[in-house]
Design a protein around this ligand. Structure first.
Ligand SMILES: [Zn+2]
Length: 62
């Protein structure tokens, strides 16, 4: 995923910064503990399609 794109995209719920997961397959909002998938290089920034994670899952993924 493009690093510049990562700098400008924000969480649609809290408008905070998103972090790319270690495996680069998704973006995570640490504040909401929401995971947004990256589909063909494009992040799916829809709250209704985001997955809610536990704190342990967030720590593991980042
Ligand atoms: Zn958020």
């Amino acid at each position: 995923m493009d690093k510049k794109l990562l700098e400008v995209i924000i969480c649609p719920r809290c408008h905070g910064k998103l972090d790319l997961t270690k495996d680069r397959s998704s973006l995570i909002c640490r504040f909401d503990r929401l995971k947004y998938n990256i589909d063909d290089g494009l992040p799916v920034l829809l709250i209704e399609q985001a997955e809610t994670l536990t704190q342990a899952q967030v720590d593991e993924a980042l």
